[in-house]
Design a protein around this ligand. Sequence first.
Ligand code: PLP
Length: 419
Amino acid sequence: MSVSVDQLAIAGGSPVRDTKARPWPTWPIATEDDIAAVADVLRSGKWNRWRSDRVTELEAALKDFTGAAHVVALASGTAGLEVALKAAGVRPGDEVILPAYTYVATATAVLQVGGVPVFADIIPETENVDPASMEALITERTRALLPVHVSGLPCDLAAIKALAARHNLRVIEDTAQGIGGKWHGQRLGTIGDAGAYSFQASKNLPGGEGGAVVTSNPKIAETAFKLMHINNEALGWNYRLTAMTAALILSQLERFPERQARRQANAAFLRDALGEIPGIKPTRVDPFVTADGLHGLGVRFIGAEFSTGEPVSRETFLKALHAEGIPCSLGYGDPVHKLPLFQEAATRMRDHCPVACNHPAMEDMDYAELHLPNVERLCAEEALRFNQPLLLGTREDMQDIVDAVGKIHANQEALAAVD
Ligand SMILES: Cc1ncc(COP(=O)(O)O)c(C=O)c1O
């Protein structure tokens, strides 16, 4: 049997890319400089924040990089969110409005400080929180807005800040994915009252684990510093970053601009080329986005537009894409409010304030009854994501992605058999 070049790999044809012969970039990347930086700390015997200068050097470097007046390095991005929320004045029972399309840590951080997560819907074209949905959820108990720059793409912070100003609320930016992003020329995390970065291994600036709070507010910075360690004045925790991790992040920061420039050039190419294919919708870049942080490139798959006949499902499309040798993942599989932690709030969260302490704010909070149509459709049917390591490839690599998507579109009838 002869196999046509154009036959889909999922139906027995040759894939666009032979990934054994031409593997995709892997992540994280450790250079000899990274290894030497960590080894130096190990040899010095000064492994922790108090004995080594590396952690304060990292804080200084992040101040330079972000333009923030204050930076407190921490053990993780989640720690960053908790510390930022607490330092900004979120108290037990306070409502914090966040998108339901995010990593669950955004919401668990709110619970950990005793806050009540209130989930907002998103703008499908950007996958980021919809300020109008946030506005509709503001009550007299609302204390803070917690936008998430999903995939590093900046949120509409002008609208969010205007809301906060009108209702006297704090804005904490979840910048875990947004180290490379800029809004009107300003680095993400520095536009609200505080921002939280993550240096977890998958992130564009990785240290294995690690995080930081950035702020221009000296009171928030002072409190964040006290919350970061055990001390005699405030109820802190041990959220300290190790000197080895700080040295690794500092070393990775040297290569960050060059890697980010490559991601940007590749994402611009993909946005143009994939955007030409019916039903393939890369996230929209609004005029206020002066740099997309590109922790990945979000793409919506609209089966009804992609398909000339019976709609192809996202899952079938993804299987066909994988068969062509192109890595691609689903976005967040579930809206956060649909996760067991929230659906079974009454049982699972019984140990936690504000549930355990029966704070009146929890009385109306029934996540099982909550419907956010845009988030739910994105999770169930549309979201795809090209993760950031892919964006470090060559132009030929990007062309393979476009060719594979185009090939599937052109041969979509063959998918009916595998659907
Ligand atoms: C949106 C978002 N928020 C928070 C976090 C938590 O960061 P970390 O894993 O460093 O605790 C992550 C990443 O893991 C994230 O993607």
